[in-house]
Design a protein around this ligand. Structure first.
Ligand code: PAD
Ligand code: ZN
Length: 369
């Protein structure tokens, strides 16, 4: 029996249950004792019904790291005792997308995402006598979980698991948005709208990729100060005047070479596309409400201006390639991870982490088991 934080209804506090039974891993699966889990805005968006309503009860959490306790039949790449980062997009390496260099779109992940189960559509957790679904084939708000072998990436055993957890979503997504999705070039001018746990990683990814001007846009001064630590060269407080005209002014009325939306609001999506220069790229990372629309004039906004509007899923990451790369960048002192941890909390404090996220006071709260 273990503990887990369970979403029992939209807009209700997560319930801490201590009766969670974990099945043995099936073929191709691994059981993981979680060491740490970050609290990402996507967890809050599940809790408040912005995304994927309709499947409570479900264990949330998808940004985690831990130690393998048991492996199912046929598992060859991982063994008990291995330290792993959970990949909330399992990447099979064999499907249409994986073999075309887009493992972030792996066909296997879709089944899990839609069902709250693992790759066969069923979860390995049970509570109150019923199967307990797991968010995104992970469920890292559980002391112990079972994930597909292709949803766990081995890391060195001496790497801090609390920092490794953050790599699992915020860092892969944010840094990947800059380095993989946008493929920032040396000398680019970049705007980042939304400087939370993911946006700060877009900023540092852009800095590492060679952007020379990085304009951070947020409504919270604490976040703007953090953004500067992560590499922003200028800041715009969106609560003080129109952020688009401020970015236009800072870029000689041309706009940013690459602008990123990292909030998930219809209004900021439109702002981000508008502040992108002619011929530039607008990268949409934030997850909006399922019925949100993009409201951009088709001619002046896209055709005549030749802008690319590009979605970003999991930082277009190849997790087997990018997790080691990010660890290496951290060890060389180029990637900040410690500074992302605003608070270390217990599983019981997960609802407080949601409150802190709503007021914008934290980059990340990290649950330590
Ligand atoms: P967060 O809550 O830590 O950060 C959001 C930031 O936006 C905060 O700093 C806010 O102050 C700021 N903000 C809010 N409203 C405005 C506004 N109108 N103008 C300017 N700034 C504002 O969230 P996060 O960084 O954890 O996640 C950001 C989004 O990215 C969220 O929608 C999440 O669901 C999404 C996400 N997408 C992927 C993906 O694969 N596409 C992965 C992970 C997270
Ligand atoms: Zn996330």
């Amino acid at each position: 029996m273990g503990k887990a934080a369970v979403l029992i209804g939209i807009d209700q506090p997560l319930e801490i249950r201590d009766d969670v039974d974990v099945d043995a891993p099936h073929a191709g699966e691994v059981k993981v004792r979680m060491a740490a889990s970050g609290v990402c805005h996507s967890d809050l968006s599940m809790q408040n019904g912005t995304i994927m309503a309709g499947m409570p009860p479900i264990v949330l959490g998808h940004e985690g790291a831990g130690v393998i306790e048991e492996v199912g039949p046929g598992v060859t790449k991982l063994a008990p005792g291995d330290h792993v980062v959970i990949s909330w997009v399992p990447q099979c390496g064999e499907c249409y997308f994986c073999t075309r260099g887009q493992p972030q779109l792996c066909e296997q992940g879709g089944i899990a995402m839609a069902t709250g189960g693992l790759l066969d559509g069923t979860p390995r957790l049970k509570s109150q006598g019923a199967p307990l679904p797991q968010m995104a084939a992970s469920g890292t708000f559980s002391e112990i979980t079972v994930v597909p072998e292709i949803g766990a990436v081995k890391i060195p055993a001496d790497f801090d698991l609390k920092l490794a957890a953050l790599i699992g979503c915020g860092v892969l997504t944010g840094a990947g948005a800059a380095m993989n999705t946008a493929q920032i070039h040396q000398g680019d001018t970049v705007a980042v709208v939304g400087c939370g746990g993911v946006g700060l990683n877009v900023i540092q990814g852009a800095r590492i990729a060679g952007a020379t001007e990085i304009i951070a846009v947020d409504m919270n001064e604490t976040k703007l100060a953090l953004a500067k630590e992560f590499g922003a060269t200028a800041t715009v407080n969106a609560s003080q005047g129109d952020p688009v005209s401020q970015v236009m002014e800072m870029t000689g009325q041309r706009g940013a070479d690459v602008a990123f939306e990292v909030i998930g609001l219809q209004q900021t999506i439109d702002q981000t596309i508008t502040m992108t220069r002619r011929g530039g790229q607008a990268i949409l990372v934030g997850v909006p409400k399922m019925d949100a629309m993009i409201n951009i004039p088709a001619f002046f906004g896209v055709v005549f201006s030749e802008k690319t509007i590009k979605g970003c899923w999991y930082g277009s990451s190849d997790v087997q390639r990018d997790v080691p790369k990010l660890i290496d960048l951290y060890q060389k002192g180029q990637l900040k991870l410690d500074e992302l941890v605003s608070r270390t909390i217990t599983l019981e404090q997960v609802n407080e982490a949601f409150d802190a996220m709503k007021t914008g006071e934290v980059a990340r709260s990290v649950i330590k088991y």
